[in-house]
Design a protein around this ligand. Sequence first.
Ligand SMILES: [Zn+2]
Length: 338
Amino acid sequence: MTATTPGLVCSHHHLYSALARGMPAPPKTPTCFREILEQVWWRLDAALDAEMIRWSAMLGALEALEHGTTAIIDHHASPNAIEGSLDLIAEACAEVGIRVACAYEVTDRNGPDGARRGLAENERFLRSGGRGWVGAHACFTLSDETLDAVVGLADDLGAGVHIHVAEGPEDIDSGRRLDGRTRDSWLLAHGVHLDRHLDGTILHNPESNMNNAVGYARPVRFTNPVALGTDGIGGDMLTSFRAAYLRMREDDVTASPETAWAWLETGWELFPEARDDEVTWSYDPMDPWHLAFTPGVRPLRVVVDGTVVLDDRGPTRVDAAEIRAKAAEQARRLHARL
Ligand SMILES: [Zn+2]
């Protein structure tokens, strides 16, 4: 028995993290969210070059497609390879046959020149017709001047801003700093410790939040739309849906999987074209009360923009084994630098 749905949307991803798996352990075990950023992610993103960005995006796009995810909203950082990085990601996703909306993470953690170049990459990409949002890391690594520049650029371009908000206690001040500045078009990732209403869509990342021990966002408390992301832990949105349901249920035994399913469906508001994509699944029915308790459901066929991009033999446009081999080679280079 099979059933068909539109393509799934991953509303918050970091494709550059696809090569992080198996990386050498940091010199000291991180004991809080700030240390996880400093000792894992900020060392990793600083070591990325163009080849690594390309093959991490190819691998991440392949893995998304293999799970029926046809649209990714990505948030990218590579402070030593900024210029052109969003093109590498967009091209990789197009090659695999899925959709992507990009953002470059503007931050002051690499000095004023790093912030300036991050802004320029967003502007270059969006002005040249690229799909995306203006990216910003999080208020706790942004000065007021840089935050002003991000908001100004987004307004100039008529774009939204994709930013991490109150993910950990380190960023608890972000509600105050963003108050009155956000718009409905903004993407607010995490919101775990958000202490007030900001305009925008909350991007809930249950697996990542548990992994970083930042606490439970409790998305039902928001009046905003809520969408689901992986925060870089792959592109399997049925697994993210299940994690969102289980985390919600742990907090409230009366919670329904229909709520978590509605968060998954919000992805189509952010990426409407994915509604026209078609995924034929190994299971019927594709119903939240079934899928919450049915691991291992997989796509048999995926059609994006009228083209079959995955069938019973795998992806039709690219060689999955070659992508995995090339990505593994780049992962070895990356890990050697750390
Ligand atoms: Zn993130």
